[in-house]
Design a binder for this molecule. Structure first.
Ligand code: ADP
Ligand code: MG
Length: 497
C-alpha cells in the first residue's frame, strides 16, 4: 500500500540529468543518505522519545526523481506521522532533497499466520506524548528492587493452558485473535497500544489476553509480564496505601514489560485506583511497553470512569469477541474432546453445540459434566444419556414440545396445510416441510422414529430416518435451511413456555 504526499506544486523533474540510468542499488543508497540527513534535522526538532518511537522505525527504501519512498510499520503509523509531523517532514525533505521533493509512504502489511483481516484503526489518534496531561514519573530503581525483593519471586499469574494454539478461531473471534497475535509479535511496538478486548462472559477474553502474555513471556523472553485482574489490582493498591508502600507499588507496576489487566469494568467508581492506573498507563505507554486490557462491554459504555482514562483506553485498538457461531461451537467441542482423549457420537456433539449457544465456558462445562458422569456410571454416552445428564445445564426448553406443536409451527412457517404435511404430495415445498417437521420431531421430542412416522401420515420409520439424515446433511450446505430451522426452534420454544 502506498500513500503519496506531494510537496511540490511543480511537475517533477528528474534529479539525475545524465544519461547513465541510476541502478536500483543507487536508488537505495541515495535514499539512505538522504534519510540520514533528514534524521539529523528531525532529531534536533523533536524530543528523544518521539524520535525513537516515530522516526527510528522508518526504513528508507529508495530515492529517485526526487521521490523518497520510506517504509512505515503500519497504516496507523503513517496517519500519526501525517497528523503530527507533516510540516516538520515537509520542511526537512524540501531542505535535503530540493524543491522537487516528493515523499511516498510504503505501509507494511502486517503478517499474520492466519487469514489476514483488516484491522480497524482507532478513530482518534493518540494524544501526543508532549500533552500537558502526561506527567512522566521517574521510577526509582531502589524502590522497585525493594518491592521485588519483597514479592520474592516475580509471578506472572499466567495459566499456560491459555495459549494461542488452544484458542479455536471462528468468525466470531478472528479479528480479535489476529490483533492479539500481532500484539504478541511486536509488544509495545505497534499501533495497538493498548489492545482492548471486550465481550460477554465466557467468550474467551481471559484466554486471549493470557495467550498474549504466555507468548510474549515464552517466545519473546520478556522478563516482566504481568497478568492481573482489576480486582486484584485495586485490592493490592488499597493494601499498599494502608501499609504506606505506595511508592514500591507504583515502581513495581511501572517496570512491567507487558501489563495485562483483566475486566477493567471493575475500576468503575474507584477514583483513586483509576488515578493510579492513569499514571501507570502513561509511564508504560511512553516507554513503549505494551498494555492489554479486557472489558465486559464497549469502553464507551463504561460508567463512573474518568474521561481521560477512557480516552487512553481507546488510544490503541478496541476489538470485540462475539458469541461463537454453530461451526465454532462444534470445532471447540471437538478440540476439547481431542485434548481429553475422549470421543462422543456425532449426534451428541451436535446436540450440545445446538443447545449451548451463549458462551464457550458453558460449552466446556457441559462436556466435562457429561464425560464425568459417563465415566462414573460406566456408561456409553448416547443422545439419551446426554439429554438426561445435561438437562439442568441445558435448560431444556424443549421438554414441553410435542409433535402437534411441531406440525402446527412447521405448517405455519411454510404456509401449507396440516392435510398436506400428512398427505402424499411430493411437491417440493411440501416434502421439505414434512422432512423438517420429522427432523424437529426427532431433535426436540423423545419420540421414536416409529411414533414420528405414524404422526406424520402413517409413514414408515425408515422414511423418518431418511428425512432426519437428509435435513442434517442439507443444513451443512444450506444457510437458508439452517435459518429456517433456527427460526422454527425459536417459535417452538416460545410455544412451549
Ligand atoms: P471470559 O474471560 O471472556 O469470561 P474465558 O477466557 O475465561 O472467558 O473463557 C471461558 C472458557 O472458554 C475458558 O476455559 C477458555 O479456555 C475457553 N474458550 C473461550 N474461547 C475459546 C476458543 N475460541 N477456543 C477454545 N477455548 C475457548
Ligand atoms: Mg475472564
Amino acid at each position: 500500500m502506498h500513500q503519496y504526499v506531494d510537496f511540490s506544486s511543480k511537475p517533477m523533474v528528474a534529479m539525475n540529468a545524465s544519461d547513465d540510468k541510476p541502478t536500483v542499488a543507487d536508488d537505495v543508497q541515495a535514499a539512505r543518505e538522504a534519510w540520514r540527513k533528514c534524521l539529523d534535522i528531525i532529531r534536533d526538532n523533536v524530543n528523544p522519545q518521539s524520535f525513537k518511537t516515530w522516526f527510528e522505525p522508518i526504513v528508507p527504501l529508495r530515492l529517485s526523481g526526487g521521490e523518497l519512498v520510506i517504509q512505515v510499520p503500519s497504516q496507523f503509523f503513517y496517519e500519526w506521522l501525517e497528523e503530527n509531523y507533516y510540516s516538520l517532514l515537509k520542511r526537512t525533505i524540501l531542505d535535503v532533497i530540493g524543491r522537487q521533493a516528493k515523499l511516498t509512504y510504503s505501509v507494511v502489511v502486517q503478517q499474520s499466520p492466519i487469514e489476514p483481516v483488516t484491522i480497524k484503526l482507532p478513530q482518534q489518534p493518540p494524544v501526543p506524548a508532549s500533552s500537558p496531561e502526561v506527567r512522566p514519573i521517574a521510577v526509582s530503581r531502589a524502590a522497585y528492587e525493594l518491592y521485588k525483593a519483597n514479592v520474592q519471586r516475580f509471578e506472572s499469574y499466567l495459566n499456560p493452558r491459555h495459549s494461542f494454539e488452544n484458542f479455536i478461531q471462528g468468525d466470531c473471534n478472528a479479528f480479535a485473535l489476529a490483533a492479539a497475535r500481532s500484539v504478541a509479535e511486536t509488544p509495545g511496538k505497534n499501533a495497538y497500544n493498548p489492545l482492548v478486548i471486550y465481550g460477554g462472559v465466557g467468550l474467551g477474553k481471559t484466554h486471549l489476553v493470557q495467550a498474549i502474555g504466555n507468548y510474549v513471556r515464552l517466545k519473546r523472553k520478556a522478563e516482566f509480564v504481568l497478568y492481573v485482574s482489576s480486582e486484584k489490582f485495586a485490592i493490592d493498591f488499597v493494601t499498599a496505601i494502608q501499609n504506606n508502600r505506595i511508592s514500591e507499588f507504583s515502581a513495581f507496576y511501572r517496570n512491567i514489560d507487558l501489563l495485562i489487566i483483566d475486566d477493567i469494568q471493575f475500576f468503575a467508581g474507584k477514583g483513586k485506583t483509576q488515578e493510579e492506573i492513569f499514571h501507570i498507563f502513561n509511564t508504560l505507554h511512553q516507554a513503549n511497553k505494551q498494555i492489554v486490557l479486557s472489558c465486559d462491554r464497549p469502553i464507551k459504555e463504561l460508567r463512573d470512569m474518568e474521561e481521560r482514562l477512557l480516552s487512553r483506553f481507546q488510544w490503541g485498538l478496541v476489538t470485540d469477541l462475539q458469541p461463537p457461531d454453530f461451526e465454532t461451537r462444534l470445532a471447540i467441542l471437538r478440540r476439547k474432546l481431542e485434548d481429553n482423549g475422549a470421543t462422543l457420537p456425532d449426534d451428541v456433539v451436535t446436540f450440545i453445540a445446538t443447545n449451548v449457544t451463549s458462551n464457550v465456558r458453558e460449552l466446556e462445562g457441559c462436556l466435562i459434566k457429561l464425560l464425568a458422569t459417563a465415566s462414573l456410571q460406566g456408561k456409553e454416552i448416547d443422545l439419551a444419556l446426554a439429554k438426561s445428564v445435561l438437562k439442568d445445564i441445558i435448560r431444556d426448553r424443549t421438554v414441553n414440545i410435542t409433535l402437534e406443536m411441531i406440525e402446527k409451527a412447521t405448517c405455519e412457517y411454510y404456509h401449507i396445510s396440516p392435510n398436506d404435511i400428512k398427505g402424499k404430495s411430493r411437491k417440493q415445498e411440501i416434502a421439505l416441510a414434512r422432512q423438517v417437521a420429522m427432523y424437529l420431531g426427532k431433535q426436540l421430542t423423545n419420540s421414536s422414529f416409529k411414533t414420528i412416522g405414524l404422526h406424520f401420515g402413517g409413514r414408515d420409520h425408515s422414511t423418518v430416518i431418511h428425512a432426519v439424515t437428509t435435513v442434517e446433511k442439507e443444513q451443512e450446505t444450506s444457510p437458508e435451511l439452517r435459518r429456517d430451522i433456527a427460526e422454527l426452534k425459536k417459535r417452538l420454544e416460545i410455544m412451549a413456555l
